[in-house]
Design a protein around this ligand. Structure first.
Ligand code: SER
Length: 882
C-alpha cells in the first residue's frame, strides 16, 4: 500500500518525466496576491504566468502545494474533525502548463497517471465537463473511451473555475471516483450529489479567459492548464479508505495524539484526535512560514486554530500541554519533503508550548463559565452574545472555539449579539484613545482603521509583497486617486514596509500598480495602520487597486544590521559596566546606530574598546538570531530586557542572539542577548559584518550616548581613518606608529619656539628707544610700543625695571583700537610713587575706565590710542609733581 509520501513522489516524478519542472511549494502566506489570506490552491504562485505578465524558464511545472483553508473566502475550519474530507491544511498536487499543452495533453496525462501509475480501475471513474465544452467531452471519449453517460455536463460554476472576482479563469473538468452503490449519494449534478458515493478526486482547469472587475470575460492570449488534486483524498482512495483521516499520515498523527493524552485513538475521543491531527499540521506549517499567533489577521487565524486544538486536547482529560509533544510526529511524517518544517521544529514546539501553557490558565475557568451558561439554556438553545464575548475578552476563547464547544451539545451562539458587544468595546477603546490627546489630528486614521482593520505587516519574512490599496490620503482627506507630482499617505491591507517604531526608522521603497508608481520616502504607524508616505513619480494610483510593494532592500539590510548590533551593544555594555545599564533611547537608521543608556560617568577608552571587541566577537560567532512570540511575563522569565515603563500588549516578540556556555539567559542559560523587540533583525549575527563605536558622550544627566557604525560604513570609517594616518606618516616621512611621538615632539618644539618668539618680539619692540629720562630725581621710561599685545607688557616692564635698577616704566601697547597700559615702579620708589595711581591717570587719559594693581605693578586698558602720547604726558606730570 503506497504511503502519502509515496503518492506525492509518484505524482511529481510522473510529471517530471513528462517534461515538467518540479517546483517547490510556495509559502502559505502568498507574496503575490493581496486578496488571499493564505495560499489555497496550487495555481496561486503561478497567477501571473497565466496572464503572460510574468515568464519563467519553464512552461510546464508540477508541485505539491501547501494549502490552508481557514479564514477568508475558503474556510473549512468549522467542519474539521466531523467530516471525512475537510482539512484546514492540505496538500494539493498539481501540474501546470503556461501556454504550452492544453486540453488534449492535460486529459491524456491525467488519465495515464490515475489508471496506469496509480492503477485505479477505469470502470470506477466518471468525469464532468462544462456544459458547452464539447471539445473536452470529445477528448474524454477519445482518450479514455468513456461512454456519454459517464461524461456529465454541468452548467453551473462548479465547472467554471475562478480564482477570485478577477483574474485568470476557465472551464474545468473534474474526475470522480465511484465508491460503489453500497454508499449513499448520487452522481455530480444529481439532487443527492452531496452524498459520499461519488467523490471528486481531480480538477483540471482550462485557463483560457480573464475575468475583469467590470464583468467582461475576455479570452487570454495563451491557453494554459492548472490542475489540483488533494493528496489526502487520492491517498485515501489508493489506500482503500473512505476517510482521509484513515490514511497512514493522518493516522500516525491521530495515534500520536492518543498516546500523548493516554486515550484510545478510536474511542469517544476520536473526534478530538482528528481535530488535533489536522490543526497540528496547519499550526506547524503556518509557524514554519513565519506566521505567529496574535490578535490580528493571519496571526489570529493561527491562534484560533491552535486554541481549538488545545480545547480538544483538554477535552480528552489531558492535564498538561499536549500539542508541542506531537511536533516530532509531524516532522517525522512530513519533514522529509518539507525541509522548512524540520528547520522550524524548535520554534513550532516552543510557540505551541507557550500558547498552550498560557491558554490553560484561563481555559478551565472559561469552560466552567460556559458550562454554567449552558446549564441555563433549553435544549437546542442559543448562547447570548454577551456571554460569548466575555469568553472571548476575558478567557481568550475565539468565537469559533465557543461555537465548536457548543456544537457537541447541539447549541448555537447569538453571533449578532457577539458582534454588538465587540463593537461596543471598540467604541470604548476609541473614546479612551482619542481622549488621551495622543495624535488628536489622527481621527482619519482611526476611521480608516475601524473601516479596514489593522495593516498586516509581512516584513519580518519578505521585502516584496502585493497589497491592496485601501485608502489614499492627501492633505488629511481621503481621495480616490493621486497623480504624478502629488504626495500621498497610502494605506494597504498588508505590507512588507516597516513602520517607524522602537527606534527603527521607517522603510523606503517603491509601490507600483498597473497604472502608476510612487516612491515611498518614509513609513509611519498610526492606529494600527501603516502609512506609506509617498510621492507619485509616474501615472496615477487609485484606491482599490492591487499594488506591488518593494522595500529598498539595501537600506533595510543596513538598518537590520544596525538594529541587531544595538542588541549586542546593550548586552556588552551591561557585561562591562554592570546591571544598572538600561536602554534610554535608540536610533537604528541605515547609516548609523545610536544607543542611549543609563550610566553615571564617561567610559574610559579601555572600556569602550572592550565593549566594541565583545560586540565583534558575537558578530564573528555568526550564531542564529531567533524570534519568538510569547507573553511578556514568559519573556521576562527568560531574562529578556524590556524597556522600563513601556506598555506591552498581550504578546511580545522576543529576539535572541549570541551563544555562550551556561552563564547566559534563557531556559538553558546559553543565550547572550534576549530582548523584547518588534524590529527587524539579521538572520545570523555574522550579517552585521563589523561594529565600530565612534565614541561615548553625555546625552543628559546620568545618560550616556554611544554612536556606532556597522557593516560597510564601519569599514569605510576605519579605512578613512587609516588613510589619514598614512597621509600624516608620509608628511613626517615616518612609520604610522611613530606619528604620535612625532606630533608630541612637534608640539614641544612649537611651545619652545613660541616662548622664544615672544622674548625676541619684546626685545625688538623696546629696541633702542628704551631711553630713560630723569624726572624729579627718578629714572623714567615712557613709551608707546607697536607689535605687542597687552599681556606682553608685564614681562617687558619687569625687564626694564631690572635694567634701570631704580625707576619707573610706563608702556602703552598699541594693540589697535583698544590700547593697553602697564606701569611698573621699582620697590625703592613705591613710597613716593604708586604704579596703581599712575595707571588710573593713564587709563583716564586714554578714555578708558578703572585699571589697577599693586604699587609696584599695575595695568589697565584704554579706548583711544590717539591719546597715547597725552596719557604718557599726564603720567610724566604726575611723576614730576610727586
Ligand atoms: N485551481 C483549481 C482548484 O483549486 C485547480 O488546481 O481546484
Amino acid at each position: 500500500m503506497p504511503s502519502l509520501t509515496d503518492i506525492r513522489t509518484t505524482f511529481l516524478d510522473y510529471f517530471e518525466k513528462n517534461g515538467h519542472a518540479r517546483v517547490d511549494s510556495s509559502p502559505l502566506v502568498p507574496r503575490n496576491d493581496p486578496t488571499l489570506m493564505f495560499t489555497n490552491s496550487g495555481m496561486v504562485q503561478f497567477k501571473n504566468l497565466f496572464t503572460g505578465q510574468e515568464t519563467r524558464d519553464y512552461v510546464r511545472a508540477t508541485t505539491s502545494q501547501k494549502c490552508v483553508r481557514a479564514g477568508g473566502k475558503h474556510n473549512d475550519l468549522d467542519n474539521v474533525g466531523y467530516t471525512a474530507r475537510h482539512h484546514t491544511f492540505f496538500e494539493m498536487l498539481g501540474n501546470f502548463s503556461f501556454g504550452d499543452y492544453f486540453k488534449d495533453d492535460a486529459i491524456a496525462l491525467a488519465w495515464g497517471l490515475i489508471t496506469k501509475e496509480f492503477g485505479i480501475d477505469p470502470s470506477r471513474l466518471l468525469v464532468t465537463v462544462y456544459h458547452t465544452d464539447d471539445e473536452a467531452a470529445n477528448i474524454w471519449k477519445k482518450v479514455a473511451g468513456l461512454p456519454d453517460d459517464r461524461i456529465i455536463r454541468i452548467a453551473t460554476d462548479d465547472n467554471f473555475w475562478r480564482m477570485g472576482p478577477t483574474g485568470p479563469c476557465g472551464p474545468c473538468t473534474e474526475i470522480f471516483y465511484d465508491h460503489g452503490d453500497h454508499i449513499p449519494g448520487g452522481p455530480p449534478g444529481s439532487p443527492d450529489e452531496d452524498g459520499d458515493r461519488f467523490i471528486e478526486i481531480w480538477n483540471l482547469v482550462f485557463m483560457q479567459n480573464e475575468q475583469f472587475a467590470d464583468g467582461r470575460l475576455e479570452p487570454l492570449d495563451m491557453q494554459s492548464i492548472d490542475t489540483g488534486m488533494g493528496l489526502e483524498r487520492i491517498g485515501a482512495l489508493l489506500q482503500g479508505k473512505h476517510d482521509n483521516y484513515d490514511t497512514d499520515l493522518m493516522r500516525a498523527l491521530i495515534e500520536a495524539s492518543a498516546q500523548a493524552t493516554g486515550t484510545d485513538p478510536d474511542g469517544p475521543d476520536n473526534v478530538h484526535h482528528r481535530v488535533i491531527a489536522d490543526h497540528l499540521r496547519a499550526t506547524g506549517f503556518l509557524i514554519a512560514d513565519g506566521v505567529m499567533p496574535s490578535n490580528e489577521g493571519r496571526g489570529y487565524v493561527l491562534r484560533r486554530i491552535m486554541r481549538r486544538a488545545m480545547r480538544h486536547a483538554h477535552q480528552t482529560g489531558a492535564s498538561d500541554p499536549v500539542m508541542h509533544r506531537l511536533v516530532p510526529a509531524l516532522v517525522h511524517q512530513m519533514g522529509g519533503h518539507y525541509g522548512e518544517l524540520r528547520r522550524a521544529q524548535p520554534l513550532i514546539e516552543e510557540t505551541l508550548r507557550g500558547e498552550e501553557e498560557r491558554f490553560r490558565t484561563t481555559l478551565d475557568r472559561g469552560l466552567r463559565l460556559l458550562e454554567d451558561e449552558v446549564g441555563r439554556l433549553p435544549e437546542g438553545g442559543t448562547l447570548p452574545g454577551e456571554a460569548a464575548f466575555k469568553l472571548y475578552d476575558t478567557y481568550g476563547f475565539p468565537l469559533d472555539l465557543t461555537q465548536d464547544a457548543l456544537r457537541e451539545k447541539g447549541l448555537k451562539v447569538d453571533t449578532a449579539g457577539f458582534d454588538a458587544a465587540m463593537a461596543e468595546q471598540k467604541a470604548r477603546a476609541r473614546a479612551a484613545w482619542s481622549g488621551s490627546g495622543e495624535q488628536a489630528d489622527a481621527a482619519i486614521w482611526l476611521d480608516l482603521a475601524d473601516q479596514h482593520g489593522a495593516t498586516e505587516f509581512l516584513g519580518y519574512d519578505t521585502e516584496t509583497a502585493e497589497g491592496q490599496i485601501l485608502a489614499l490620503v492627501r492633505d488629511g482627506a481621503e481621495v480616490d486617486a493621486v497623480k504624478a507630482g502629488e504626495t500621498v499617505a497610502l494605506v494597504v491591507n498588508q505590507t512588507p514596509f516597516y513602520g517607524e517604531a522602537g527606534g527603527q526608522v521607517g522603510d523606503t521603497g517603491t509601490i507600483r500598480t498597473k497604472t502608476g508608481r510612487v516612491r515611498v520616502t518614509d513609513t509611519k504607524k498610526s492606529a494600527g495602520l501603516f502609512l506609506h508616505m509617498a510621492e507619485v513619480e509616474e501615472g496615477e494610483l487609485c484606491a482599490g487597486q492591487s499594488a506591488e510593494l518593494v522595500v529598498d532592500t539595501l537600506r533595510r539590510s543596513a538598518i537590520r544590521a544596525n538594529h541587531s548590533a544595538t542588541h549586542l551593544l546593550h548586552e556588552a555594555l551591561r557585561a562591562a559596566l554592570g546591571e544598572h545599564v538600561a536602554q534610554r533611547g535608540s536610533l537604528n537608521a541605515e547609516d548609523r546606530l545610536r544607543f542611549d543608556f543609563s550610566h553615571g560617568q564617561a567610559l574610559t577608552p579601555e572600556e569602550l574598546s572592550r565593549i566594541e571587541a565583545e560586540v565583534n566577537r558575537y558578530i564573528r560567532q555568526n550564531s542564529e538570531v531567533s524570534t519568538r512570540v510569547m507573553a511578556p511575563d514568559a519573556a521576562r522569565d527568560l531574562g529578556a530586557q524590556a524597556l522600563f515603563g513601556e506598555k506591552y500588549g498581550d504578546e511580545v516578540r522576543v529576539v535572541s542572539m549570541g551563544r555562550l556556555d551556561g552563564s547566559g539567559k534563557g531556559t538553558d542559560k546559553t543565550t547572550y542577548s534576549i530582548e523584547l523587540c518588534g524590529g527587524t533583525h539579521v538572520a545570523r549575527t555574522g550579517e552585521i559584518g563589523a561594529f565600530v563605536a565612534l565614541g561615548d558622550q553625555a546625552s543628559s544627566a546620568g545618560v550616556r550616548r554611544i554612536e556606532a557604525l556597522t557593516g560597510q560604513p564601519a569599514m569605510d570609517y576605519l579605512r578613512a581613518q587609516d588613510r589619514r594616518v598614512t597621509e600624516l606618516a608620509n608628511l613626517f616621512k615616518a612609520q604610522p606608529e611613530e606619528v604620535g611621538e612625532r606630533v608630541r615632539a612637534l608640539m614641544d618644539e612649537r611651545k619652545a619656539l613660541q616662548a622664544e618668539i615672544a622674548r625676541l618680539r619684546r626685545e625688538a619692540a623696546m629696541g633702542a628707544g628704551a631711553e630713560a629720562k630723569e624726572i624729579n630725581g627718578m629714572k623714567v621710561v615712557l613709551q608707546v610700543i607697536s607689535g605687542v599685545s597687552g599681556k606682553d607688557l608685564g614681562p617687558m616692564i619687569d625687564q626694564q625695571k631690572q635694567i634701570l635698577g631704580s625707576g619707573i616704566v610706563a608702556l602703552i601697547a598699541d594693540t589697535g583700537a583698544k590700547p593697553a597700559v602697564a606701569i611698573g615702579v621699582t620697590k625703592d620708589l613705591t613710597d613716593r610713587v604708586s604704579a596703581a595711581d599712575l595707571v588710573k591717570i593713564a587709563v583716564e587719559a586714554l578714555g578708558g575706565r578703572g585699571g589697577g594693581g599693586r604699587p609696584e605693578m599695575a595695568q589697565g586698558g584704554g579706548a583711544d590710542i590717539a591719546q597715547a602720547e597725552a596719557a604718557l604726558a599726564a603720567v610724566e606730570k604726575a611723576i614730576a609733581g610727586a
